[in-house]
Design a binder for this molecule. Structure first.
Ligand SMILES: Cc1cc2nc3c(=O)[nH]c(=O)nc-3n(C[C@H](O)[C@H](O)[C@H](O)COP(=O)(O)OP(=O)(O)OC[C@H]3O[C@@H](n4cnc5c(N)ncnc54)[C@H](O)[C@@H]3O)c2cc1C
Length: 627
């Protein structure tokens, strides 16, 4: 007889990064009983790793900034494939969400006159990233956790227990969402998972679930993402009947560490370039001036002199090309390396040492200094760093309603990196931290109000629970099954080699047939040992999520015959305005295959269209759309 620990909540939030914590706070403030579930330790999420800052048009450093400029930058960055309504809400609400963090106790760096300081970042017209040195994510998580503790203290005073209305389940992985399908309509009824340490199963009965599980980067070997980003939320949503959009768009951050091999992929923050760092090839040439695409030519400097003047006089000079959106810089580095002008380890040089005094580097980039000193024995105040592209962020994700964050299945919501649409084909740096605050809050609010509309709670189906138990136990029961680590490595090879930064038709076709072979092998995955802390078993369970998400990416990448943002096709090197009108949508067939369809993207409202010059829109839109 399998023992299953049972809990009863109004709202279950899966994920304890910024999106999950902000959603949980909002649902709790609405009076709901809320569980926060986290695969990793509490406080250890992608959000904590964020370095550069959170983008919000507060206009503290340049008063010309406002939500309309931020909206324009976000749409340009996403090459106009963004869900315009999400980009609008994000630009309008981000400043409020940042100021609100201060009321929770956040301590941002300040300007001389005491306002929240804001720094430059790629694709943002004005200094816009609220930051705490290069440890912004740490402050964000610390503050949200502090708010949670303060709410728990209120609950202790009112209800006699700290976790009466807000409880954290750390090191607990959700493997399945549970649905009530009575009357032919799917409604969320709960979530099933296991405690990582004991291997014991756990069931959360709840009418509303917020997915806040972050990204998918572990499907690639060279990635800035950590072990838990196996696309669980994306896969859970698919299996529950929701859809994924834009999965072909993956952001390869231009600057990951490339040396030594053990740390390849770890992020080198864009703040290095925002604060004056420049990129050079092995011949010592500052090469980015040669890679400014026509659509951005007007906004970027043509000479190093103009670019350097911009740091002190941004109103009369144009930005350095090192601050182009990330997809452009990543492709440029890739081209330099391919042309034989890379470093021995396959990267290029990022130099701040010759550009800023050591004391300033230490003050503004303390984490980068320690990262390079400890991991690569490089002193960034005296030597250049070696960098190259690393898989960093997934623009694609769960299709949501922009206002409510509803994922299209009753009771299911998604926010943060797991959701799709907001960033279009490419995310601007800093826009994720603000995204997760804006839409985390909205998801929590609407999940809570949804539970108020229910006449009775959806019922958990015991058969579904039995299937979830069996699914989880099968790898342990299988003798001589495939090794999960080998399977993960093989999957990463397929994605890195065939669905990487530059894509080609033949390779994408090959990736799909290799993924289909992997599907068969993953069905036979085995894990030795028992249920007590067993990472091999955990990975065996994660693999099916990584696989289905990778299939979505490969299928959509093959289908989209153009290059845009985080999707570059060597055989279709240009943007095509016909493709801008289309979202590629993935759903699962009843037999679990990925089904891909085209869906028209929502048409931008005239008031928002009027924020752009017609000549600029003409670079992205069809004549029909413009008329
Ligand atoms: C090194 C680095 C630097 C970055 N710097 C910046 C920056 O400066 N500015 C910016 O805007 N963005 C930055 N980003 C991106 C940004 O940090 C992330 O996109 C963002 O934090 C994602 O937040 P999230 O709340 O959606 O998910 P995360 O913070 O990734 O949290 C996901 C949570 O879900 C949990 N989880 C996952 N699967 C399961 C499961 N099956 N069951 C239970 N729990 C699960 C995880 O344990 C975790 O708690 C950076 C990213 C990295 C990696």
């Amino acid at each position: 007889m399998i023992n299953i620990e049972k809990h009863w909540y109004d709202v279950v939030v899966i994920g304890a990064g910024g999106a999950g914590l902000r959603a949980a706070i909002e649902a709790r403030l609405a009076g709901k009983k809320v569980a926060i579930i986290s695969k990793s330790l509490f406080g250890k999420a992608h959000t904590v790793m964020a370095e550069g800052g959170a983008a919000a048009a507060m206009g503290n450093v340049n008063p010309n900034d406002n939500w309309m400029v931020h909206f324009r930058d976000t749409m340009r960055g996403g090459k106009f494939l963004n869900n315009y309504r999400m980009a609008e809400l994000h630009a309008k609400e981000a400043p409020e969400r940042i100021w609100e963090l201060e009321t929770y106790g956040a301590l941002f760096d300040r300007t001389k006159d005491g306002k929240i300081s804001q720094r430059n970042f790629g694709g943002h017209e004005y200094p816009r990233l609220a930051h705490v040195g290069d440890r912004t994510g740490l402050e964000l998580i610390r503050t949200l956790q502090q708010k949670i503790v303060s709410l728990q203290q209120e609950d202790k005073a009112q209800h006699g227990a700290y976790d009466a209305r807000l409880r954290v389940f750390a090191e607990c992985t959700i493997t399945e969402l549970l649905l009530d399908e009575t009357g032919g309509q799917k409604r969320i009824a709960g979530a099933f998972g296991y405690h990582r340490e004991s291997g014991e199963f756990v069931l959360f009965e709840a009418p509303a679930v917020v997915l806040a599980t972050g990204g998918v980067g572990r499907s690639y070997k060279v990635t800035s993402n950590s072990w838990e980003y196996t696309g669980d939320g994306h896969a859970l949503a698919l299996r529950a009947g929701a859809k994924l959009i834009n999965m072909e768009f993956l952001q390869f951050h231009p600057t990951g560490m490339v040396w030594p091999p053990s740390v390849r992929g770890i992020l080198v923050t864009e703040s290095v370039r925002g604060d004056g760092g420049i990129l050079k090839n092995s011949e010592g040439k500052r090469f980015m001036f040669e890679y400014v695409p026509d659509v951005f030519r007007k906004q970027y400097a043509e000479t190093p002199e103009e670019a350097d003047r911009w740091y002190t006089d941004p109103d009369n000079n144009r930005r350095p090309p090192e601050l182009l959106p990330r997809d452009e810089v990543a492709r440029a580095i890739n081209s330099e390396v391919k042309a034989g002008r890379g470093t021995k380890a396959g990267g290029v040089y990022l130099d701040i040492a010759s550009r800023r005094p050591a004391a300033e580097i230490l003050k503004k980039l303390p984490s980068m200094y320690h990262q390079f000193k400890e991991l690569a024995d490089v002193d960034i105040t005296a030597q250049p760093m070696e960098v190259g592209p690393t898989c960093h962020y997934v623009m694609g994700g769960v299709e949501v309603d922009p206002d409510t964050a509803s994922a299209g299945v009753l009771g299911l919501y998604a926010a943060g990196e797991v959701s799709g649409g907001m960033h279009g084909s490419n995310r601007l740096g800093g826009n994720s931290l603000s995204d997760l605050l804006v839409f985390g809050k909205r998801a929590g609010e609407y999940a809570a109000s949804y539970t108020d509309t229910l006449a009775k709670r959806p019922k958990v189906n015991d058969k579904q629970v039995a299937v979830a138990v069996e699914e989880a136990l099968t790898p342990l029961a299988r003798d001589g099954g495939e090794n999960p680590y080998t399977l993960q490595s093989d999957l990463q090879d397929v994605m890195g080699d065939l669905v990487g930064i530059i894509r080609r038709k033949g390779e994408l076709q090959e990736s799909l047939s290799r993924l289909s072979e992997l599907r068969e092998r993953i069905r036979k995955v085995g894990a030795t040992g028992g249920r007590r802390y067993n990472p091999g078993w955990h990975l065996a369970l994660d693999l099916r999520n990584m696989l289905v998400v990778s299939e979505c990416t490969a299928k959509a990448a093959l289908e989209r015959e153009e290059s845009r943002g985080g999707h570059t096709r060597e055989d279709f090197p240009k943007m095509d305005s016909k493709w801008r009108q289309v979202n590629l949508v993935c759903a699962l067939t009843p037999t679990g295959e990925v089904d891909l369809t085209h869906q028209p993207i929502p048409t931008m409202t005239p008031d928002l269209l009027a924020l752009f010059d017609k000549s600029e829109l003409a670079k992205y839109m069809t004549d029909k759309e413009l008329s």
